[in-house]
Design a binder for this molecule. Sequence first.
Ligand code: DAT
Ligand code: MG
Length: 156
Amino acid sequence: MAHERTLVIIKPDAIQRELAGEILTRFERKGLKMIGLKLQLLPEETIRDHYAHLREKVFFEELVEFMTNTPSILIVLEGKECVEVVRRMVGTTNARSADIGSIRGDYGMSVQSNLVHASESLVAAQTEIDRFFKPGEIHDFTKISFHLVYSSAERD
Ligand code: DAT
Ligand code: MG
């Protein structure tokens, strides 16, 4: 399967604001294949690893608290060039300046509470999928709408 996989987290603010269905629907309607999905209260240590690149920042402890006080929805998506496609659907980190039409741009007003996480590269995506999902929680099935979403050359 040459199609990429990426990790999306529907964050606690989106769950509390009842935006989970809205956000999930965007990925479905785009034509992405959902191969993993679960609701989970994320363990503090897992979030410290996930955001290790930010551990020296003044906002880090508040970020850890924000991410661990309400469950998140974890999603693995698959599709052609989907790491880049999903990052563009999510928008830039600061939701106030994110493009209108992106998820953060349409629903958010915050840098921290910006509704969704999406892996930033193919390498990060693999690490993050392995961090949050066991192999048995990812489902490799044939999606019958693929011949409508892609040309034959784009399907592999
Ligand atoms: P992104 O989520 O767009 O990949 P990132 O990896 O730089 O951005 O940061 C991860 C998360 O950390 C981000 O979604 C929200 C939080 N964050 C980043 N910069 C912040 C800041 N200046 N103040 C508060 N939270 C911040
Ligand atoms: Mg990031």
